[in-house]
Design a protein around this ligand. Structure first.
Ligand code: 5IU
Length: 260
């Protein structure tokens, strides 16, 4: 049986990585494969958004360097909300430098990402050393890495042989728990795919973003988690209602996949 045909619960029980276990159990508990992409510019907005969508998500995806009044109190408050609402945190940092440099960027600086983000991600442009560098910091803390095997935007260059290289590196590095991409990539081990560029209505934006539906991505392509930003908190939207709607759409797409 392919991994896409198994329940999240079963995959969690069988998984060797404690963080993946934790994620699958969370998804099953909350009946949610929804991650919200919190691209907002202030502490207050980020905390309010996390509090509103918290009940409906398995993962909160942050871009912490967007927050103009960032401080460690924001991290403490985010962690409290993660406890309150039972979700994990993914800092979408997209590391892209040599191993030695990303180690410093991941563990230190102002943000100290490894101290609070359960997941982060990287490009493999520099070669496998980037994974090793990040693993030296993240593995002892029980964190997990996603490789950017594909992107959602128009004209993106992560295709073909480059995508295949991502998959090869992921399979053999135990710190890697999955991918950002549009589909299930391999059956060699249970790597989790998270997909941004999800919209129930819009088809894209003016800067190259392209949207596909939960049905295409989860039911048809076998991806595991949908990542939604402006579809939930765009102008005039009722944030909690939209989060619930995307949560339900993502879960229905998953149930439809299991029934295939
Ligand atoms: N994001 C993408 N596409 C990608 C990757 C990340 O859109 O390929 I990798 C991020 C950017 C933003 C969120 O934080 O996912 C999508 O937001 P919207 O749903 O508002 O387009």
């Amino acid at each position: 049986v392919s991994f896409s045909q198994k329940t999240y619960a079963a995959r969690g029980q069988e998984h060797e990585h404690p963080l993946a276990k934790q994620l699958f159990a969370n998804m099953e508990r909350k009946k949610s494969n929804l991650s919200v992409a919190a691209d907002v510019a202030t502490k207050a907005e980020l905390l309010l958004l996390a509090d509103k969508v918290g009940p409906y998500i398995c993962v909160l995806k942050t871009h912490i360097d967007i927050v103009e009044d960032f401080d460690m109190d924001l991290v403490a408050q985010l962690q409290a909300l993660a406890e309150k609402h039972d979700f994990l945190i993914f800092e979408d940092r997209k590391f892209a430098d040599i191993g030695n440099t990303v180690k410093l960027q991941y563990g230190g600086g102002i943000y100290r990402i490894a101290d609070w983000a359960h997941f982060t991600n990287c490009h493999v442009i520099p070669g496998e050393g980037i994974i090793q560098g990040l693993a030296e910091v993240g593995m002892p803390k029980g964190r997990g890495l996603l490789l950017l095997a594909e992107m959602s935007s128009k004209g993106m260059l992560a295709t073909g042989a480059y995508t295949d290289k991502n998959v090869e590196m992921a399979v053999k590095n135990e710190f890697v728990v999955g991918f950002i991409g549009s589909r299930r990539f391999t059956e060699d081990r249970d790597l989790i795919t998270m997909t941004p560029g999800i919209g129930l209505h819009a088809s894209g934006d003016a800067l190259g973003q392209q949207y596909r539906t939960p049905e295409t991505i989860v039911t048809k392509n076998g991806s595991d988690i949908i990542i939604v930003g402006r579809g939930i908190y765009g102008p005039g939207k009722d944030v909690a209602a939209e989060a619930q709607r995307y949560r339900d759409a993502g879960w229905a797409a998953y149930e439809k996949r299991l029934a295939k």
